[in-house]
Design a protein around this ligand. Structure first.
Ligand code: ADP
Ligand code: MG
Ligand code: MG
Length: 881
């Protein structure tokens, strides 16, 4: 069947959105539950697909089925299509499976011509209405079907009103409209060389063809590509009897939501216009009126609300809202028309809503017993919660916007401008709120980024170092703000003809990319109210644990407040960038031999112990995965002359010798160079110090609080079992020694990151000694695809645009490729060691589709940045549903 009917007993039993499109499916559904829907029919999406497969020919038999469809409408309405006395008019509406901008706009009042317009005037007893409908039709048909520029028509209308001294369309009389129709038809004839089509059947097929053609329009294609919508889906076409909201003061048209889409409040929310048709409400020609009296009064508006102007129809509309919500069990977005006091429903669908509204509606509907708690958990998009999890700018506060960059990491922050990481850290240590402003950032800036409340860069995209690190840290970041000129030496920032200096206050909105002068007050997020309730429900269905990536007590605390059940990744190198320690770190790296290194490491031991103790106190009783030193050593090397001098003095060596040693450490491909456990293999004393610091801190905190953390010591970048075994021996030896010294034993695990393809393949063997695996999917993606994360920005967007990757594989796990390695490693690891603990700690641990994959693979936990913990909790719950 190519055509499905709706309206009356003939309403199709078919409901598939794949076949009928969203609009058609819901029209049939509304008709079947007895709501007042003007009769009509839907031409299926299959016909669209066949049309293109056939070299843009309508399939055989379609004409007959459409003719039968028109007869169905004629039967119910008692009007005849093309009849000169009382003509049937229809609308032709496109309708894909998902609502899609770029598709053809609707044509209303189709079936009017120079003869039927006279019949319509007589049958309705309202000539003004008939000619108003006709001028709308000619303009829409010319615009939408014939592709003529609608500006010319708008202009003709403006001139017509001006000539008559009118302001509103509603001032125009029947004769005025009639004169305009003649002008419109003249425009069509001039532009196309042919008169406006008079035959209603030709008009109908013209409109149907235009809907199909719009499926392959450039706009539609771009939208499909950006939203991963396959071309094979096609669009449906809905042909429906017209009902008229433009028949005078007892007629109207409107749009409504069954609940407030911004706040989720249980109050009808909408707009309507008396004596208007279709798009008038949203077109902005006249200011729409409020639906309810309460909303009108709140806004202090004069024109009567529908509740006041049409009280009976309003009550009826409210009953329909309740029916629809009860039936669809979700908030609905509705279009309706009132024709001479009679209510008609023209569309319903699930309403789009803000994250805040989504939470409130889900929780309220569960309380109303409209849906179950589990369904409520499934109703909220985890990604959308991001909006609610960062400090936001007070929307009421004034903003002095200087420029706009990319919204690289959400949230808002105000603080004093600092132009380098060290100054940022110093100012933060003195209790100042700081915004770090750089041309771009590098790993050396990490301590400054951490100390800052927000980060602003002039260069770099959404995956630049600044953007990725800031997102990981939960710091708001605006990147690539091209309008900035930064003079780091003079310590001035020029933008929009203004100059700001170090210490001046700047505000960033990482959710919009706005950069503002001065302080704009912010509001803090909290997991209370509906958010808190939904989280409790989510935790009931969740199987996987959720941990956080954190390396400071403050971040660990945020993670705990957001419900983290441990730390999945504590990167120890971030602790080394601290200004107080970097000199000792550099001393260690640049030392000529083990003795020199041990001297420097001895200075670092108490610092590291303090770091771990701080985190363990927050995480007492919970697992804390600590990754031993991982990055290439050169990341810590001094670059500035004065830094070399400081290190030389501390180490008691000459500057030149130091520089020579730094040169020796140069690597061509540091990400695949001397890093990860390779550092531990060559300099075991580094891992020794770190292991000792971990166990001493764990024993101390256990003694202090009575609750021991569960350290999970993680060896990075392992490729072979032998590497792992050597490092495990170093860790175990320290544990034994510390426990003997402290007279206390602490349960701990030693495991490895799986971030190299070889490690994934050899997981069976590695699991003989490794007690847990943590999938480091950032590096695993990098090493599997062979794309450098730090350089991918230059081409990755094109790769996504051209459909090579559906999404950025560093944002959403490449389940097909990289995912296989994870499955292999999980399988082989479990075969050797059935209780091997499995988790994921890459950026993907906070990404909903990646979390679904983790659930499917049976991982024990995911680990996300602290501010993404609630998102991960919800996504993990949904994955388990
Ligand atoms: P969109 O998908 O862009 O909303 P629609 O097909 O829903 O397009 O229609 C655009 C406008 O025309 C809406 O306001 C709708 O209510 C109105 N409309 C569509 N069909 C009819 C009809 N048969 N009678 C009256 N108004 C209609
Ligand atoms: Mg619509
Ligand atoms: Mg790694």
């Amino acid at each position: 069947m190519m055509v499905h009917l709706f309206g009356g007993d003939a309403t199709t039993a078919e409901r598939s959105k794949e076949l009928l499109g969203g609009k058609g499916s819901n029209l049939a559904e509304m008709a079947s539950i007895g709501l007042p829907v003007p009769p009509g029919f839907t031409i299926t999406t299959d016909v669209c697909t066949a049309y293109y497969a056939n070299g843009e020919q309508f399939p055989a038999g379609l004409v007959e089925q459409v003719t039968a469809g028109i007869a169905h409408i004629e039967g119910i309405t008692g009007k005849i299509f093309g009849d000169a006395a009382d003509p049937l008019l229809v609308s032709v509406r496109s309708g894909a499976r998902v609502s899609m901008p770029g598709m053809m706009d609707t044509v209303l009042n189709l079936g009017l011509n120079d003869r039927t317009v006279v019949g319509l005037a007589e049958a309705s007893g309202d000539a003004r209405f008939a000619w108003d409908s006709y001028r709308r039709f000619v303009q829409m048909y010319a615009d939408v079907v014939m592709g003529l520029d609608h500006a010319e028509f708008e202009e003709a209308l403006e001139i017509a009103k001006e000539d008559r001294g009118f302001y509103l369309d509603t001032d125009m009389s029947a004769e005025d409209w009639q004169a305009l129709v003649a002008e419109y038809q003249a425009i069509v004839e001039r532009e196309t060389g042919a008169p406006f089509p008079q035959e209603p059947k030709d008009q109908l097929w013209g409109a149907v063809g235009a809907v199909f053609a719009s499926w392959e329009s450039d706009r539609a294609k771009v939208y499909r590509r950006l939203n991963s919508i396959p071309a094979e889906w096609g669009t449906a076409v809905n042909v429906q009897a017209m009902v008229f909201g433009n028949m005078g003061d007892t007629s109207a048209t409107g749009v409504a939501f069954t609940r407030d889409p911004a706040t989720g409040e249980r109050a009808w929310y909408g707009e309507w216009l008396i004596n208007a048709q279709g798009e008038d409400v949203v077109a902005g020609i006249r200011t729409p009126q409020y639906l309810t009296k309460a909303a009108r009064e709140r806004a202090g508006a004069k024109p009567l609300s529908m509740e006041e102007a049409m009280p009976e129809t309003f009550v009826e509309l409210g009953q329909v809202f309740d029916r629809l919500e009860g039936h669809y069990r979700d908030m609905q977005d509705i279009e309706f028309t009132v024709e001479r006091g009679k209510l008609w429903m023209l569309q319903t669908r699930s309403g789009k809503r803000t994250a805040k509204a989504a939470l409130k509606i889900a929780v309220d509907m569960a309380a109303e017993k409209l849906i179950t708690e589990e369904e409520a958990v499934g109703r909220v998009d985890p990604g959308a919660l991001d909006q609610l999890l960062h400090p936001t700018l007070d929307p009421k506060a004034p903003r002095d916007v200087l420029t706009k960059g990319l919204p690289a990491s959400p949230g808002a922050a105000s603080g004093k401008i600092m132009f380098d990481a060290d100054s940022a850290e110093k100012a933060a240590a003195m209790g100042e709120a700081v915004i770090l402003v750089r041309v771009e950032t590098s790993p050396e800036d990490i301590h400054g980024m951490h100390a800052a409340k927000g980060i602003l860069t002039a260069r770099g995209g959404m995956t630049s170092h600044a953007a990725v690190v800031a997102r990981g840290m939960g710091r708001p970041c605006v990147s690539g703000a091209g309008g900035l000129s930064i003079d780091g030496n003079a310590r001035v920032l020029r933008v929009a003809g203004r100059e700001l200096r170090e210490g001046d206050i700047l505000t960033l909105d990482g959710s919009t990319g706005e950069v503002m002068a001065g302080e704009v007050p912010t509001l803090l997020p909290e997991l209370v109210g509906d958010f808190g309730t939904l989280m409790v429900w989510a935790d009931k269905v969740r199987r996987m644990k959720v941990r956080a990536n954190a390396e400071t007590p403050a971040d660990a605390q945020v993670a705990r407040d957001f419900g983290a059940e441990g730390i999945g990744l504590c990167r120890t190198e971030h602790m080394f960038f601290d200004a107080a320690r970097i000199t000792a770190v550099r001393e260690m790296i640049l030392a000529e031999n083990e003795d020199g290194r041990r001297v420097a490491l001895a200075k670092l031991l108490p610092e590291q112990r303090g770091d771990f103790a701080g985190i363990f106190r927050v995480m007492a009783g919970l697992p804390v995965t600590i990754r031993l030193l991982d990055p290439p050593l050169h990341e810590f090397l001094p670059t500035r002359e004065e830094d070399f001098a400081v290190v030389a003095e501390a180490a008691g060596v000459g500057i030149e010798a130091l520089k020579a040693r730094a040169n020796e450490l140069h690597e061509f491909n540091p990400m695949l160079g001397h890093r990860g456990c390779r550092l531990g293999v060559t300099y075991p004393e580094i891992y020794e110090m770190q292991a000792r610091a971990i166990f001493e801190a764990a024993c101390d905190v256990a003694a202090e609080t009575g609750a021991a953390p569960i350290p999970e010591v993680m060896i990075p970048l392992v490729a072979t079992r032998r590497e792992f075994d050597l490092m495990k021996a170093v860790v175990d030896a320290q544990a034994k020694a510390v426990f003997a010294e402290k007279g206390r034993e602490i349960a701990y695990l030693v495991g490895t990151m799986i971030e190299l393809p070889r490690a994934a393949l050899m997981a069976g063997e590695i699991a003989e000694t490794a007690e847990f695996f943590s999938f480091g999917t950032n590096d695993l993606t990098q090493t599997t695809i062979g794309i450098s994360r730090d350089d991918a920005g230059r081409f990755l967007t094109q790769y996504v645009d051209k459909g090579i990757f559906l999404t950025d594989p560093f944002v959403s796990l490449d389940v097909e490729g990289v995912g296989q390695l994870i499955e292999i490693a999980a399988d082989r690891g479990r075969k050797t060691r059935p209780d091997v603990k499995l988790g994921i700690c890459g950026e993907h641990g906070g990404d909903a589709p990646s979390i679904h994959f983790c659930e499917k693979t049976g991982l024990d936990y995911v680990s996300a940045s602290p501010y993404r913990v609630p998102i991960a909790r919800l996504a993990a719950a949904q994955a388990a549903l």
